[in-house]
Design a binder for this molecule. Structure first.
Ligand code: ADP
Ligand code: MG
Length: 350
């Protein structure tokens, strides 16, 4: 607490897909062990270092245990604001890493081994809350940012835009968002599924398989330490704590020109790119050595406003960069790796 530390950035390289293998894509990303990864292609030969690197063979459990996700859950229970976000190009494995194939195919439930960071964190959270014997009050909210509009994924009815406000005490917050209390794993998993389906429907209407919105699931953890031997007169006046655990599934970066998007799709792609650019800009300013206080332009996009607290220093953030190993994705892969390397220099003071 109060000690300065760096943002934790881990990298996940997904396996080549069947399509990629069939058309003969080369594998240009190789894990070297010890958090190092090497990209080898004709004119690009570079090595990058991260807190951990998970290659194609890494299981979902290995990613949960090796990324520091378990510790993040514990810190959230202790009252910290914790955020994990997955980023990378479309199809790089962000949603798979966070949710597993579960949310992508509701007809056949995924095997427990394939569950993602989110379900594993929920399990861990509920186990911890039971074993600590303190009564935790858990609630969840789930929203998406689509075309620079914040929408509630849990409230019934068609998604409507919610105002994003700022107050001195709360910082940036979303007005009127639904927050649902839960006590069991089944409830929170079903909230996740419901919300993800609503998110996907809007994407499907546009005939896209990939999510075209940024999604943020936030769990609030209120706890009151139950002291075993209260001093006389102390009663229930134990300090209460309020931690948060936020999961962010960023929409993929995408080049408007390359995909030939036009009309509605290009508006979409532009707003995705705009918020990712704003996020990148904030990160590069935050990564500059401290000293003179620089202004961080959180107000440039809804995404950066909502992430202001997690990036801005008092929160604890874990970034999971996702990349494809294919030669065809080389330029996007390099840009994700540079983005991720820059993020490693951001300092935080939880
Ligand atoms: P994104 O959310 O970044 O657009 P997805 O998570 O939807 O990408 O992944 C794209 C495809 O690759 C999906 O079919 C997914 O099941 C598959 N995939 C991603 N990561 C892995 C992995 N580590 N192992 C196996 N399949 C994966
Ligand atoms: Mg996705």
């Amino acid at each position: 607490e109060g000690r300065e530390t760096h943002l934790r950035v881990v990298l996940r390289v997904r396996p080549l897909t069947c399509t990629e293998t069939r058309r003969g894509d080369r594998q240009v990303v190789h894990s070297l062990g010890d958090g190092a990864v090497h990209v080898s292609a004709a004119r690009h030969d570079a090595t990058f270092g991260f807190s951990a690197v998970f290659d194609a063979g890494a299981s979902q459990e290995a990613v949960f245990e090796g990324s520091g996700m378990r510790q993040l859950v514990e810190l959230a229970i202790d009252g910290f604001s914790c955020t994990v976000f997955a980023f990378g190009q479309t199809g790089s494995g962000k949603t798979y890493t966070l949710m597993g194939p579960l949310a992508q195919n509701e007809t056949q439930p995924a095997s427990p081994a394939l569950l993602g960071l989110m379900q594993r964190s929920f399990t861990c959270l509920l186990e911890q809350s039971r074993s600590r014997g303190s009564d935790l009050a858990l609630s969840a909210s789930y929203l998406e940012i689509y075309n620079e509009q914040v929408r509630d994924l849990l409230s019934p009815g068609p998604p409507c835009a919610l105002p994003l406000r700022w107050s001195k005490t709360r910082g940036f917050y979303v007005e009127n968002q639904l927050s649902v209390e839960f006590e069991s794993l089944e409830t929170i998993v079903s909230l996740l599924l419901q919300g993800s389906q609503r998110r996907r429907t809007s994407a499907h209407a546009l005939n896209r398989h990939s999510s075209r919105s940024h999604a943020l699931l936030t769990i609030r953890i209120g706890s009151r330490a139950v002291s075993a031997h209260p001093a006389p007169g102390e009663g229930c006046a134990c300090p209460s704590r309020q931690g948060t655990l936020c999961f962010v599934d960023l929409a993929g970066s995408e080049r408007v020109k390359e995909t030939g998007s036009s009309g509605e799709l290009s508006v979409e792609a532009n707003s995705i790119n705009r918020s990712l650019l704003a996020l990148g800009h904030c990160i590069s300013l935050l990564a500059k050595p401290r000293g003179k206080k620089t202004h961080i332009p959180y107000r440039d996009s809804k995404l950066t406003r909502l992430l202001a607290r997690s990036l801005g220093g008092s929160g604890i953030t874990l970034m999971v960069a996702c990349i494809s190993p294919s030669s065809r994705c080389l330029s996007e892969t390099l840009s994700t790796l540079h983005y991720a390397s820059r993020a490693r220099r951001v300092t935080i003071r939880p």
